[in-house]
Design a protein around this ligand. Sequence first.
Ligand SMILES: Nc1ncnc2c1ncn2[C@@H]1O[C@H](COP(=O)(O)OP(=O)(O)O)[C@@H](O)[C@H]1O
Ligand SMILES: [Mg+2]
Length: 233
Amino acid sequence: MPDALLIARGVEAGYGSRQVLFGVDFDINEGEAVALLGANGSGKSTLLNALSGFVRPRRGSIRLDGMELAGLPPHRTFRRGIVQVSQARDLFPEMSVDENLRLGAWTKRGDAARLRDRVYASFPRLFERRGQMVRLMSGGEQQMVAIGRALMSEPRVLLLDEPSGGLAPAFVSEIAAIVAALKRQRVTMVMVEQNLRLALSVADRILVLRDGAVAEQRGGNADEEEIVRQIYL
Ligand SMILES: Nc1ncnc2c1ncn2[C@@H]1O[C@H](COP(=O)(O)OP(=O)(O)O)[C@@H](O)[C@H]1O
Ligand SMILES: [Mg+2]
């Protein structure tokens, strides 16, 4: 068995005097889709931010292909291929879809046109609306732009923070279809998701975060009620 693509060991992180993560360990294999579950406030976003460098880990190791990432700023982890779609999506609302996508390719300037064509092939709706200002789009469409922009850099590991969060039910199934398509393309993913059904429908493996550490690891065929107990009880 080759080493995992992304290996976290003893990751601790927090904000000021408030520690949130107390020693997180996990391995993510290349091509794997992992769902990160846990109650509200359990530290899921903090963990994604520690992986991408937006929160600086206090202790521990995060290795991608054997290279240490812990302590690197976000633009350096991005260059190594850790690309995050945050809960806030962080788009440029006054810019068009096309401009937002281009900005995702800042590490791949020569390839931007090819990468953009590929994103438009996967998201025909974005192609139709490529000239539209992002501010005028629905939440579900904005989530598509955010995911499309992340794909513009050909990530080694895609981090998705609640992709279905705050979306109308019709869009939740569309986001589920997008995530399923990414999985078929073997994009390595760590996805935080409150929608358990969505998470279980795509995940090869489930990690449950509790008290700032990984409390449980299950295969993607895990029983829904059992997982709910692990998360909330
Ligand atoms: N920027 C911040 N400053 C201070 N505390 C924060 C900040 N972001 C999150 N927290 C706190 O850290 C804990 C974990 O938050 P978070 O990682 O966002 O949880 P989750 O994503 O699982 O809901 C919560 O208690 C939250 O209030
Ligand atoms: Mg969160």
